[in-house]
Ligand binder design. Structure first.
Ligand code: ZN
Length: 197
């Protein structure tokens, strides 16, 4: 029906989270109609981001500099590490201006179902950061899902020998809730009311 370029565009857009085939077609058509004002700037922005963005070698955050702007900001407390599953969770915390320490991005959660074990996540680098010393608290801000909680408990076991206080986010995070979907007030409350793990 369409040219192969259009079909390919629709197919790629359809791989984005939240876009089914129907919304991918709508998005593709919208882009084609707004070629100069949207499609070309978007293409440039995608190429620029693909070239410039990398994972921070300390915390796993995505940024154009390494160490990332959070790890290299000396006003932020290097003695506090907030462990999150994904960069989206870090963004949620930063949006709410909840936390002024540093982060550690795991890159997912342990999942027997999806075959994700400790080796697939940024766990070794977290253990190294903690064992290097100077950490006063590790805050587990993994999702309130079964996998997120399993991951937090696994990390608590791995970090146990280092004798660093571990906390986790408290009430306000609904069971099954992912941090990125919480409103900023709820996330801030859960963060403030964190308790020992
Ligand atoms: Zn970083």
């Amino acid at each position: 029906m369409n040219g192969p370029e259009i079909e390919r565009l629709i197919q790629l857009l359809g791989r984005l989270p939240g876009l089914g085939p129907r919304s991918a077609r709508r998005a593709a058509l919208h882009l084609l109609k707004k070629r100069e004002t949207l499609m070309q700037p978007l293409g440039t922005a995608l190429a620029d981001a693909a070239r410039a963005v990398r994972a921070c070698s300390i915390c796993g955050n995505l940024d154009t500099i390494d160490p990332c702007s959070i790890c290299s900001d000396h006003r932020r407390d290097a003695g506090l590490i907030c462990v999150v599953e994904d960069v989206g969770d870090l963004w949620a915390m930063e949006r709410g201006r909840i936390f002024s320490g540093r982060y550690h991005v795991l890159g997912g959660s342990l999942s027997a179902l999806d075959g994700i074990g400790p080796e697939e996540l940024n766990i070794g680098s977290l253990v190294m950061r903690v064992s290097a010393g100077g950490i006063r608290e590790v805050i587990m801000a993994t999702n309130a899902t079964v996998d997120g909680q399993t991951t937090a408990h696994y990390l608590a076991e791995r970090l146990a020998e280092h004798d660093v206080p571990l906390t986790r986010l408290a009430h306000g995070v609904p069971v099954g809730g992912e941090l990125d979907w919480l409103d900023d007030g709820t996330l801030a409350t859960a963060f403030k009311a964190r308790r020992a793990l």
